[in-house]
Design a protein around this ligand. Sequence first.
Ligand code: SIN
Length: 524
Amino acid sequence: MGDELPERVDVMVVGSGIAGLVFALRASAFAEVAVVTKKDRPESNTNYAQGGIAAVVAEDDEAELHRADTLAAGAGLCHPDAVEVLVREGPGRIRDLVAWGAEFSATSTGGFSLGHEGGHSRRRIVRAADRTGWEVERALLDAVAAAPGIRVYENHAVVDLWTVGEGVDRRCVGAWVRIGEAGEARPIRARSVMLAAGGCGRVYRYTTNPAIATGDGVAVAHRAGARIANMEFVQFHPTMLHDPSGTSFLISEAVRGEGAVLVRPDGEPIMEGVHARGSLATRDVVARAIDREMKRTGAEHVLLDCTGIDEDRLDERFPTIVRETRRRGFDMTREPIPVVPAAHYECGGVLTDRDGCSTLPGLMAAGEVACTGVHGANRLASNSLLEAVVYAHRAAERLRETEPTDGIGRIDAAPPRAAEWTSPDPQEVTRLEDRIRDLMWQDVGIVRSDAGLARAADALEGMSADIARAGSDEARNIWETARLIVQCARSRRESRGLHFNRDHPYRDNERFLRSTVVCNGEGG
Ligand code: SIN
């Protein structure tokens, strides 16, 4: 709000999506909160979420069913207690969003008008037409603007976390924050840092994510010594519009929930005989089937046939998608539209406990950047916004109980200097980022192999000097996140959920029924 970020803040929140804003709103009841966000405040993955928020709010639904669906999608790697927390506390958190002013689509009798998505045994997607993320973000930003204890600093990027101490005494006491793209990075102290910096889809050539999703949160936490888990589980959304001339545009899974079917050019359903749930199988299964189909035929895309859905229903449920596809020259009410899978969501991230605490004292994490144990090897559709709001709420409650003087005020030593960049050469930065995105798409995508993963690891290793020379925070974070994905993928020598390695096509239940955990430095 035009103010200068002070040298000391009580609680620093990194990121202004649903997790960061919910945490800020809750924490502002007992602390002064500074939200730092690297672009404009609404620019987050939340803002682009179309489908909705999964929660047990219907009369024919039960927490037990939501739990079972989440565990089934997660392919043996969900932490059951984390899932239990999610499904039990979810409905209460939906009520919080409504209390903050989020307006969800309603039935004529005033209940939630629910959507349906892959892997769910019931209709349980709370939605705001097809702009749920946008509506939630709007409501939360309005609530934040009215909250006296919260300040938002736009165009402030966290370059690195500030840590003191070694080994078990190591803790996070703040962060180095860069103001503007080429500004100076300044050390800012904080009693507690909440990392809610979102995902890393931009590590891949094709993604549904906006430009900000460059893995910054995972990269800074890893450099600071926090444990990172399950980065091999990158979710590819089955249906991004294939529009090579335009920016990426998602076709919500909720469209398939209403009856759209993935088909070949001759109209044959692609998922027939692949899975009993057909086009509404979980995303890992559907994305792999499309990938197989495209490789088999050499086609650049498959088709999504929505013509079986009543036109009025399409318009009522998906006004944005119908309008935007039309603007791009596709009429989904009249003919099948071209779609491809694209990187969408990182199920792994900064390892946390059930209260959002990372393994580095002083650092919390929530939202896509975190690995709470909810998603396991594959996230169930629309569980991400729910996880963000449930776990951000719990993290704020946990912080409320901790000693207010923790950390802050006890630091005498001058902080180490974060990497100081000379002015980055934009062409070189683009060249390096494109190279990483291409190699990740090629060798660390939907179907992987030992040779491809080894090739990617070597190529990334070979780029380290160029990355250091390029002087770009973002390129460094993309590179670091890519390395973490490859490192985790190489250590999982089986196929499970979103990680499919054709050299190890079967699940090895005994040895790999656990998370992949990576740590920089001691204990790594
Ligand atoms: C979608 O609408 O298909 C995306 C929602 C999600 O990723 O859960």
